[in-house]
Design a binder for this molecule. Structure first.
Ligand code: NAD
Length: 258
């Protein structure tokens, strides 16, 4: 099945974790892929090539608007269009507000929120010309509810849910949709760091730290997988989702049902 054959998808922060999972799933549906991120790009490129589609990589730093503009231009130039934009790049830092370093605040707002404005700003004119587009913002349960020690991350994720609604409304009479996906805990490098920190802080094993993390917030006691999230992204790209507009769709083991 190649439901996205002929389309081009850009997934920001796609050298690991959720972004790489999204890129692989979109490639399996036939979309050509522009990868981005600071991880092991050769491994990511090989995984996409194995899906039998065209792939390229751009190393834009998503905190830098000039580099983001170049990323969109190069995607257009290399593939002839940018049809699916997955705003996924993100970082985390944890501290109480009074201890939160200002530079960490600025970096998280730039990478987790402002980058999605800049990519959309440059991608929308082309999507409008072709009257087709999918913008998928990887928000978080933390775009819907709060937690302690994550001020910048939660402000950015609530912000991206708001941006999602505005882009959806501004394009409601076009073939362009914009939606957010709000994952609970997913065991990626970003969360593994938090597991490691907890194991060290509480003098417990890595497995015990994982159980502690999940049992605090995620009623299912299971991590959400990158494959499950990618399947939702593929659905949002399809014709059946053409009237799904401006939602913040959680997949979180029950986290936000509490
Ligand atoms: P990850 O650390 O595996 O991936 C993050 C990606 O972003 C990597 O490819 C990294 O190189 C890239 N990146 C970081 N800074 C960048 C920058 N300045 N410019 C370009 N790329 C940059 O993390 P992940 O868990 O896969 O996170 C992906 C997204 O999912 C993030 O937006 C995160 O907030 C969100 N999310 C993750 C979870 C979770 O439990 N893992 C839950 C909810 C939401």
């Amino acid at each position: 099945m190649s439901t996205l054959k002929g389309k081009t998808a850009l997934v920001t922060g796609s050298t690991s974790g959720i972004g790489l999972g999204m890129a692989i799933a979109l490639a399996k549906q036939g979309a050509n892929i522009m990868l981005n991120g600071f991880g092991e790009k050769d491994v990511a490129i090989a995984k996409i090539k194995a899906c039998g589609v065209e792939v390229d990589y751009h190393g834009a730093d998503m905190s830098k608007p000039v580099e983001i503009e170049d990323l969109i231009k190069q995607t257009d130039k290399r593939f002839g269009s940018l049809d699916i934009l997955v705003n996924n790049a993100g970082i985390q830092y944890t501290a109480n507000v009074e201890d939160f370093p200002a530079d960490k605040w600025d970096a998280i707002i730039a990478i987790n929120l402002s980058s999605a404005f800049h990519t959309s700003h440059h991608a929308l004119p082309g999507m409008k010309k072709r009257n087709w587009g999918r913008i998928i913002n990887i928000a978080s349960v933390h775009g819907l509810v709060g937690s302690t020690q994550k001020a910048a991350y939660i402000a950015a994720k609530h912000g991206i849910v708001g941006l999602t609604k505005v882009i959806a409304l501004e394009n409601a009479r076009t073939g362009i949709t914009c939606n957010a996906i709000c994952p609970g805990w997913v065991l990626t490098p970003l969360v593994q760091q938090q597991v490691d920190a907890r194991a060290e802080r509480e003098h417990i094993s890595n497995d015990a730290a994982k159980i502690a993390l999940l049992s605090e917030k995620q009623p299912s006691g299971e991590f959400v997988t990158t494959e499950q999230l990618a399947a939702l992204a593929v659905f949002l790209c399809g014709a059946d989702a053409s009237e799904v507009r401006g939602v913040a769709w959680n997949m979180d083991g029950g986290w936000t049902a509490q």
